[in-house]
Design a protein. Sequence first.
Length: 464
Amino acid sequence: MIGRKQELNLQFLQITDGILMVAAFWFAYALRIFGANTFLFGSKSIGTFSEYQWLLFVILPFGPIVLEVQGFYLHPLQKTLGKSIIQIGRAIFWLGLIIAACAYFLKLSVPSRAVMPFFVVITTVILLVRERLSVIYYRERSRSQDLRESVMLAGTPSDTYQLRHTFTAEQVMEIEVVEEFDIENRPIGEFVHALHKHSVNRVIFAGGHSHLNSLQEAIAACEIEGVEAWLAADFIRTSIARADFDVFGGRPMLVFRTTPDLSWALAIKGLIDRLGGLVGLIFASWLFAFIAIGIKLTSPGPIFFRQSRAGKNGRPFTMYKFRSMETDAEMRQAELAAFNQMEGPVFKIEKDPRVTKFGKFLRRTSLDELPQLYNVLKGEMSLVGPRPLPIYEVEQFASTAQRRRLSMKPGLTCLWQISGRNKIKSFDEWVQLDLQYIDNWSLMLDLEILLKTVPIVMLGFGAR
């Protein structure tokens, strides 16, 4: 895994394993109760569970720590079952010593020691099952090209070759090297074209002191595009904002980010998006039937409108809407180009003749956007983020700086929609609002935008 992402994944696994070990102890206690009055344990009282609760305060924090010390979380794809059992056994041994020390020095008691053997067996089984399931899930996920991260290596052929051969098995499964770019002999224009062609998530530079000029030009291009730049060096000095440090394949990296760094906040945003998409679809399902009937009764054609839009880093995806225009709307756009009220590559006009009567109602209430909750549920869109634009409009961007709005996942609503979208006539002003959102992103900002979107949508402000 890559640097900080590996750290977050480790923390998640440690929290999960701590909870599983607590559950294992509770199950061990339950088994001991059910085993009472048998030939194994007799009728000796084992006390109430409250007498064992102090153990949970030892197991929950120290369990994951001793597992990490024994290397349980290192290279799970390359471990054998026997090695995992040995690591778990050693971790439980040290955990037992900690529990014994607490019992001795703090004068705490364990009413029934028979609970502990059950705990050892159950914990071992549960941790092994969790590890195997994680490996299976990880391998299945890595087989999907859409879920693998598109990475471009840039540097001299020898440097990129050496870098690629330092990848671990986990990194090989997680990333897809879409191109190895020779930064020494190819022009910067081809570099920018490669970023667009492959919808690159990040570029890893493997260059030395002799290529500083080329590196600086390429990193500047990444900054404009909103693509993360990782540099396998610690010597470069640059004025690019938010330089960070990370480790990739054991090598030090300088990371230049113009988008929010991977964090628990972003992970929570992703979880909120998926839950919001699911809940939204459930609660809006009754509306779908009425809207579908309204579309069918007022105009011939399909219920849904599908269009290829630019997602994160320009990756195309199919966006869904309720159809609010005539079926030949896209073919008629050229004849209406003279009436475009937006400056720039985007197309917006008031009183669009292509909109159906029922479509006007859908647009005014933004009900035509409801199917995009499915895009949110699939992870292609977010509840809050820059609005996704058609691919043909993205290809017409006059300035490469405009592409930086693609550096975050597109959303259902954004600053543009709550800042008087009907009054904004310049695409550059629209882009500035999107970049303001990207540069100042936080969960609180998302919440603020969502809360301000509700009255705007309900009252139909700014809809076209």
